[in-house]
Design a binder for this molecule. Structure first.
Ligand code: KG4
Ligand code: ZN
Length: 341
């Protein structure tokens, strides 16, 4: 079964063709990230205009790259939320236009659920055993969910304030090393710190509170206060201690959840899943309790259409109940547990 995926939730415009949820046939992506670096954050209107500019060329390039004729496509999968509404509607309406032109159904996909499928499309689909504990860490969300099967999720915790990626981005801004998505820049700077002279200086919020919730806003403020009071502090050590604090909490809670729910697998997903210390520490700690960890390849951690097509294949009931196109709408404020069909 061939699915044509479309992703346009923020500043990436992506299209992909995926076979049976696991085999990538083609993948094309355009991004307006450089513009948002200039403004020190995404301006929704600018991101939406770029979506409009990119969407048709990206779809055309994807079809050309795959050398697949539209009549071979079985359905169109599209992100309906969460994200920026002006960006989302571009992908959603493009998907509906293709559906009319090709006479195929549209499968709406929750972007957060999509992130999880970066793990399934990359060769591990048959190795992942349920129940799995999934940590979704992106720029806008931090959620721990129990996955009993495809389309069978239970929410077990999440951030009560800032998302993990958001904390990375804010700290990158206050250290003046990146004005937009600064997670990778913080991590690169942290990696240059050979001796963490600030070990234990920053809080590990909610580490011992016996919940599966997170809080990163106070940690960001602690970094801000420290940097203001110590303008000559070694920024590499600040980055390292901040990153270690985030990873300490993310890993400890994920491992605790895996134990409590007798998980057979642990999955990492979302843009922050690209973080090397997070991947390494989670692997090490999970090894100690004998649970395998799955992480997407780096290029499937950040937003793309490959995992959207994969998620649609594994979670949709589209063969039974094709939806009316008028029922498929962008929904900017979806949470990970919100069903989209
Ligand atoms: O999932 P994503 O691509 O977009 C959203 O849906 O939000 O996640 C982007 C987030 C940003 O906050 C970015 O700074 C963070 O992922 N990120 C990282 C790394 N690479 C990207 N955070 C920490 N370490 C990284 N290596
Ligand atoms: Zn995302």
């Amino acid at each position: 079964m061939l699915l044509f995926g479309i992703e346009s939730s923020c500043d990436e415009t992506a299209a992909a063709i995926v076979e049976d949820g696991v085999r990538e046939i083609a993948d094309v992506l355009a991004t307006s990230a450089k513009l948002h670096e200039l403004t020190g954050g995404v301006v929704p209107e600018v991101a939406a205009r770029k979506q409009v500019e990119f969407i048709v060329p990206v779809i055309a390039a994807c079809l050309a790259k795959a050398n697949v004729s539209p009549d071979k496509i079985d359905a169109i999968a599209v992100t309906v939320g969460p994200g920026l509404v002006g960006s989302l509607v571009v992908g959603v309406e493009a998907a509906k236009a293709l559906a009319v032109a090709w006479n195929k159904p549209v499968i709406p996909v929750n972007h957060l659920v999509g992130h999880i499928y970066g793990n399934f499309v990359s060769g591990n689909a048959s190795a992942i055993v349920f129940p799995a504990v999934v940590l979704i860490v992106s720029g806008g969300h931090t959620d721990l969910v129990l996955m009993r099967g495809h389309g069978d999720l239970e929410y077990i915790g999440g951030t009560v304030d800032d998302a993990a990626g958001e904390a990375f981005d804010k700290v990158a801004r206050l250290l003046n090393i990146s004005r937009y998505f600064g997670g990778a820049a913080i991590s690169n700077l942290a990696a240059t710190c050979k001796n963490n002279t600030l070990q234990g200086k920053f809080p590990r919020p909610m580490l011992h509170d016996n919940t599966f919730d997170f809080s990163f806003s106070g940690l960001k403020t602690a970094v801000k206060n420290f940097v203001e009071q110590n303008p000559l502090a070694d920024t590499a050590a600040v980055a390292r201690e901040f990153e270690t604090a985030v990873v300490d909490v993310l890993v400890a809670k994920t491992i605790a959840a895996a134990k409590k729910y007798n998980a057979m697998s642990i999955l990492l997903a979302g843009g922050v899943a690209a973080n090397t210390p997070l991947r390494t520490r989670l692997n090490l700690d999970a090894q100690n309790i004998g649970i395998p960890v799955f992480v997407p390849p780096l290029r499937l951690c950040s937003d793309n259409a490959v995992y959207i097509a994969s998620a649609a294949f594994f979670t949709s009931d589209f063969h039974n109940t094709p939806r009316l196109l008028s029922e498929i709408k962008a929904n900017p404020s979806l949470g990970v547990m919100d069903r989209v069909y």
